[in-house]
Structures are given as C-alpha cells and as structure tokens.
Write a protein that binds this ligand. Structure first.
Ligand SMILES: [Ca+2]
Ligand SMILES: [Ca+2]
Ligand SMILES: [Ca+2]
Ligand SMILES: [Ca+2]
Length: 247
C-alpha cells in the first residue's frame, strides 16, 4: 500500500462512530402523529437503513428515518416509516411482539453499555401498532423470561399521510429511567431529569411483517458488528448502541 493511501485509511479508521444529536425544545410537543411543531424542522434526520435480520426490504416494503428533540423531562422521537402492510397477527401485546410490525427504541440512560437482557441496565422498548410498549423484564422467581408492559415510559401516536397512505408519521415521547428501575419497587421509580450535553446509548429499529408467521425483516439505525454471524444483539447488550447527545 502506498503512503498516501495508508495515510487516508488511518484517518478513516480513527474517526469514531458518528453520534446522533437531539435538539433542545423550549416549546411543547404534542404527541399526535403530526410534525407541525416548528422545532421539528430544526432536527436532523437519521436513517433506519442497517440490516439486522431477515430479508433486506425494498424501499416500498420498508424504509424509515427519524429525528430527535429533548427537554428536561423527556426525549422526543419523530419516525417516518414507509411500510406497505401494517400487520398485527398477535393481538396479545405480550405475545410474539417482535413478529408484528413494531418500532423498537433502545435506550441506555447512562451509556454504560453491557448486558440488559433480564435487567434494566438499558431498555429495548418494542412500541406496537396499538401504541403499547413491551420489554423483557427482570428474571422472575422461577428464573424464566418475564415480558412486561412499560407503557408509562413511552407515549406514542402514529398517523397515515393522506397523499402517501403507506407512509406513517410516528411521534413519541420517552421518559428515561436509570438502572435502579425495578418492577419489584415501583414506588421508587422516577424518570431522570435531563440536561445539555448528556450522552445516552441509543438506537432505533423496525420489525416489518406483512402477513408471514414471523418477522420478515429487521432494520436498524446502527451498523452492528456480527457476533458468530448474528447482528440481532441490541435486545441483549447495549454495547452495540450508538451515542445520542442532548444538544
Ligand atoms: Ca406533534
Ligand atoms: Ca412491509
Ligand atoms: Ca446503563
Ligand atoms: Ca409491515
């Protein structure tokens, strides 16, 4: 390799993964699936275009992007999702929720990284088409997987667009809980206050199913390095999340 090429390569390799920015909002955001608050126009878009699992969808089958805002109480997410078929095969919100269309939001409040599969070191909120929010909770007394609703963490509303009915605007507010959160001690659970320059572990993904028995594709906002060929690691470890900075 010649010297100039090696120099260029060393610069590219030294650039850390790009952080995501959430823009501060002084004005109130109404969670109604409408992006008509003027502050939304100030926030940059980020793509949901990284393959995690299943088929790589065509743009009409699935494509998505999102932007972020924050205030001292919560962060806000606006996702624009194109999905040709909205599908909810499992009406029970606790059953096979990953096999129905759902928006998945990964949050690690203190950016600690590490395993969160059966604890609340980080959260993998699966937001279903009925706007309910599911994650794997703490192991129960039998040591078995314990799926729980965390509806108080995320407020969610989506709407189809009149001119583009397969494009939906999904607007959400997310309260952040630190790793002391426990369903064994509900009275003590309080969302943390947020301040400028705070960094979180963060990632967004979409599970797309258009009528199959199981999830057809799973696309995310972050390039995940496979482990034993598997990129579906976000529900297990927050090591694979991106960094979100409150600007
Ligand atoms: Ca709104
Ligand atoms: Ca689809
Ligand atoms: Ca954590
Ligand atoms: Ca679908």
């Amino acid at each position: 390799m010649n010297k100039s090429l090696w120099f260029l390569l060393s610069i590219v390799l030294a650039i850390p993964a790009k952080a995501l920015d959430a823009i501060h909002t002084k004005s109130a955001i109404v969670i109604d699936g409408k992006a008509n608050e003027t502050v939304w126009a100030k926030a940059p878009w980020y793509k949901i275009d990284q393959h995690i699992l299943g088929a790589v969808p065509t743009p009409d089958d699935f494509s998505g992007r999102f932007k972020m805002l924050w205030n001292d109480k919560q962060i806000y997410l606006l996702a624009e999702i194109v999905d040709d078929q909205l599908f909810d095969r499992h009406p029970d919100p606790l059953k096979n929720y990953w096999d129905d269309d759902c928006l998945e939001i990964f949050v690690d409040e203190d950016k600690s990284g590490g395993n969160h599969q059966f604890n609340f070191n980080a959260f993998a909120y699966h937001v279903a088409l009925d706007n309910q929010v599911v994650d794997i909770g703490e192991s129960n007394e039998f040591g078995t997987t314990n799926v729980v609703l965390l509806n108080e963490h995320v407020t969610s509303q989506w709407r189809r667009q009149t001119a583009f009915p397969h494009r939906i605007i999904w607007e959400l507010s997310i309260r952040l809980y630190d790793d002391s959160f426990s369903l064994k001690n509900n009275a003590k659970n309080k969302p943390v206050n947020l301040s400028k320059n705070k960094q979180l572990g963060f990632m967004v993904a979409y599970c797309d199913n258009d009528g199959s028995d199981g999830r057809e594709s799973f696309m995310g906002s972050t390039a995940i390095t496979p482990k034993d060929g598997d990129k579906n690691l976000g529900y297990i470890t927050s090591d694979v999340f991106d960094t979100l900075i409150l600007k």
